[in-house]
Ligand binder design. Structure first.
Ligand code: 5AD
Ligand code: SF4
Length: 422
């Protein structure tokens, strides 16, 4: 059997697609590079902006031709009448638009949200045998088995998911609705995966979470993380009585009750064979000086921080529900530069509802003052379910494009300075 997988979106989606491929490879499938050659096509999608959804929809539409063509060829050449190519729409868009697309696109056999990825091979089997169509977009905790395969796209570098979903509810963001609330992976499972990467010869890893600083894992009383309460809670709640220690990635201190992101990093750092660690994404509202101290003193943690500021206007930041002001952000950046002496990158949204020229100039000011190594600049896209969706999208597209271009031009010059400084 042959699998073709197409991925839209972020690093989290790249890792999900890799893990999905692994599940199929472990069942004897092979990967192909053209959809025409596949028996199973999976399209892993992103819903963060409408543009990403539209690209995926147009790709899904183009697959209809392939199914017809493949059916004809197979029937003609091999006289097989029950041949079934299976096409699955998986990931964030399955959750956001799945029901609608299930009705509209009859060539889609499977629609499955990000929480149920471990079941994809099982559903594909069922579809092939029974000729049914399946939609499963229920939100639940992902099974750990999902990460079990040793398949890695790259031989020198790997992503490791530390948490899924998000409970921050930035007013523009669809992630909490499509990926569900914040759920933490057990630290021992994370460490196991890092060690498995080392066994595969991989020395560099990137830890992935929508906001890595939200990682606050509560341990069970015995000190083992297995079978302990899952899920995050507000920092400060029920903090540990003693500082934990970890050797060789093992959790040894029984007094330790909470493993936060900094502690998790310390454990991962101690794993023999790992040489470089980085992580995305850090939300400015709970990025700590403690993290900076660790970054400064570590031989393994990359001295680079992705710290999205989204807007430089306090009024817009409040409307975005970001939990910090322009001044808070600039102070944090100063601390980072002083302590870590590393580089920064960021995400910015232009044209959020009611954004004025004055608001925009506050954003431009942050961009120019901080001097990011690189920046991802987005035009605001209204997303269903979000609280900003209720606001009028009142900045005209032309104006969003103008602001977008101004920031891109400005950032291009700064990025060039970084290249020339080398
Ligand atoms: N419109 C535009 N950009 C968005 N992002 C998230 N939601 C939206 C939206 N509705 C951007 C943010 C985030 C990045 C991953 O995508 O900048 O940090
Ligand atoms: Fe979206 Fe905000 Fe969560 Fe990031 S922190 S995933 S922007 S809700």
């Amino acid at each position: 059997m042959k699998l073709y997988i197409k991925t839209f979106g972020c690093q989290m989606n790249d890792r999900d697609s890799e893990a999905l491929c692994g599940l199929f490879l472990d069942r004897g499938y092979i990967l192909v590079s053209e959809p025409e050659d596949a028996d199973v096509i999976l399209v892993n999608t992103c819903s963060v902006r409408e543009h990403a959804e539209n690209r995926a929809i147009s790709f899904l539409g183009s697959l209809k031709k392939i199914t017809n063509y493949k059916l004809q060829i197979t029937n003609y050449r091999f006289q097989i009448t029950d041949y079934k190519m299976v096409i699955g729409l998986v990931g964030c868009m399955a959750k956001n638009r799945g029901e609608e697309l299930f009705k509209k696109m009859s060539h889609l056999d499977l629609i499955i949200g990000p929480a149920n990825f471990d079941k994809v091979p099982y559903y594909i089997e069922k579809i092939r045998k029974e000729g049914v169509r399946i939609i499963d977009i229920e939100d639940k905790e992902r099974k750990e088995d999902f990460y079990s395969s040793s398949f890695r796209v790259r031989k020198d570098y790997a992503y490791v998911v530390i948490s899924t979903g998000c409970s921050n509810y930035c007013s523009y963001c669809i992630v909490p609705f499509v990926r569900g609330p914040l759920r933490l992976r057990n630290p021992e499972d994370i460490i196991d995966e890092v060690k498995r990467n080392v066994k595969l010869g991989i020395k560099k890893i990137t830890l992935l979470g929508q906001n890595v600083n939200d990682y606050q894992y509560r341990l069970s009383a015995e000190g083992s993380t297995r079978g302990s309460t899952r899920g995050g809670f507000a920092s400060g709640e029920g903090f540990a009585s003693g500082e934990g220690s970890a050797s060789g990635g093992q959790i040894t201190d029984y007094k330790l009750q909470i493993i936060d992101f900094v502690k998790l990093l310390r454990m991962i750092e101690k794993i023999e064979g790992i040489e470089k660690i980085d992580f995305v994404t850090s939300h400015p509202k709970n990025t700590s000086r403690e993290l900076f101290e660790l970054m400064a003193n570590s031989q393994k943690i990359k001295k680079h921080l992705h710290l999205p500021f989204q807007s430089g206007s306090d009024r817009i930041l409040k409307l975005m529900n970001r939990g910090y002001t322009k001044e808070d952000y600039l102070n944090l950046v100063n601390d980072y530069k002083e302590i870590v002496r590393g580089t920064l990158s960021t995400d910015i949204i232009v044209g959020f509802p009611t954004e004025t020229e004055e608001d925009f100039f506050e954003t431009k000011d942050v961009l120019e003052r901080v001097r990011f190594k690189y920046a991802y600049i987005f035009k605001y896209s209204p997303r269903p379910h979000t609280s900003a969706f209720k606001l009028e999208d009142d900045v005209p597209l032309k104006e969003k494009e103008r602001r977008h271009k101004i920031l891109l031009d400005s950032q291009r010059k700064i990025s060039l300075e970084f290249i020339n400084e080398k």
